[in-house]
Write a protein that binds this ligand. Structure first.
Ligand SMILES: [Zn+2]
Length: 59
């Protein structure tokens, strides 16, 4: 199991967490609207909240 792209950013700081899937999807939609960044919402096994991240691995 890899934690990369889950709870922490590549810099090692915690990502923004959302309490519900709909909140996370709303944030992802906003990122798309503002920046054309395609993000996906996912449940985090570490904090049991929701984060958004790139659909594919960075790099
Ligand atoms: Zn988390």
């Amino acid at each position: 199991m890899s934690w990369a792209g889950s709870h922490f950013t590549r810099e090692g700081s915690p990502k923004n967490a959302y309490r519900t899937e709909s909140e996370a999807r709303g944030a992802a939609q906003l990122a798309w609207t503002l920046e054309r960044v395609d993000l996906d919402a996912y449940r985090c096994d570490y904090c049991h909240q929701w984060h958004i991240g790139r659909r594919f691995r960075d790099g």
